[in-house]
Write a protein that binds this ligand. Sequence first.
Ligand code: ZN
Length: 421
Amino acid sequence: MIVAVEPTVAITVTNSSKYNWHFKNISLVDSFTQEEGGLWVENGIITDKPSANNDYHLVDGKGLLLMPAFIDLHAHFREPGFTYKEDMLSGCNAGAKGGFTAISLMPNTSPVLDKPEFINDLKKKYSDLLPLDIFYTASITEGQEGKKVVDFDNLSPLVWAFSDDGKGVDDPEVFQQALIKARDTNKTLLLHEEVSLAQMPLFSKNICPELWMVKRDLEMNQKIKASLHLTHLSNPQSIKMVDEAHKKSQPVTCDVTPHHLCLNMENFPYKVNPPLVNESTRKSLLELVRQGMVNAIATDHAPHSDEDKEKEAPGINNLELTFATLNNFLIRKGQITLPKLSFLLSLGPARILGISAYSGLLRNGFQADLVVIDPNRKSAMNINSFVSKSHNTPLLDYPLFGWPLLTLKKGEVVYNSGIIN
Ligand SMILES: [Zn+2]
C-alpha cells in the first residue's frame, strides 16, 4: 500500500548553475540547531553571503526539514560476488534515496576485500560513476578466516578501516597483531563483536558472546590504544564498557542500528545479526543513546534475495527506510529529539570517518550534502518501490511517517522524489 501525499514544496528551477540553492521557510535541523529559516548554497558550498549576480534554485519548504545528509558507517553493497542482491550503483541509489551521501562498505564480498587489487578494481570500475562518497574497508584477516592478518601497509592507503565483518577475530594472538598494525598505520578496526561459542572458555558460556568479545577486545587494546569502532552493539552493558574504556583514554567509539533501537523481537521476529532484543533491552539501549554514550547510528544495510532470506540469511535492507523508521518509532513518540538524531546520522559518523571539518552540519563553508524531508508524509514501501535490488525488511507494506524528498551531494541532486522537474 502506498499512501501518496503531494509534496508541499514549491521549487523554482532557473537555468542557473545546478549547484546554487536558496532554501527558505524551511525547518533547519542539525546537531546544534532546530529553527525555521533559510539557507543558501553556492557552487555546492553552504554560504551566508550569496553573490547577488547568481541564479538559485528556490525551494520554499514550508513544513519540511532541511538536514545535513546522512552518513553510514556500515553497509553491504555485495559487489563483487553477490550482485544479484545489490551492486555498487543500486546500493548508492538506495542510499541517496534514503538521504545518505557517504557510505562505508563492509569487505565480506566474494572475493573478500583482503588485497589492494580487489579494492583498486572497484575504484577503477566506478571511478566517476558513483553518486555518493564511498569509504572502503578491507578485512582484518586474509579471507576473513581469522588466521593471518592482511597486508595493512599496502591496504591502508585505500581504506579508512579494517573489519572482519560478521566474524570476530577469535585468536587473541592474531587480534593483537591486528591492533598493533592498526595503530601503526593509523587506521580503525571496525569490530563486529561476535565470537563463535566454541572459542569462549567453558566458564563464560553463560554470558552473552557480544559482552565476552567486547570485554576481551577492550582489555587487549588498553595498552596498545588502536582506534576501535564497535558496530551494531545490541547489549547495553557493551555500550557501558565502551564508555568506560573511553574514559580510560582508549580511542573507541560505537554505533547501534535503527532496527535495534526501533523494533523489538516480540513484535518483529525478523532474523538479523546480532538478534533483535526484547522491549526492555531496547528501552535501555535508547536510554544510553539519550545519555550520549552512542556515537552513531549505522544501518548495517544487508540486502538479501527472497530465496536467501527463506534460507534464514540474517540481515535487513535499511538504507531507504532508515529515516522513516527512526522518525516513526522514536521522533514522533518523543523518545529522542531531531537534533540528537541528526548528530547520530551525520555529525557523529562524520567525526568517526574524519570528515567533520566539512560535512555533517548546516554550517557556513561546509559541503552542501543536504537532505530535504517531509516529516508528515505517510507512505509504505512495497516490493516495487525499492531502488535497492532487494526488499528484505519486516517493514514491507508498513506505513511510516517521514520521507526524504531531495538529496544533494555538494549541491548536486543525487535523489529527487519528483519534486523537481
Ligand atoms: Zn554487517
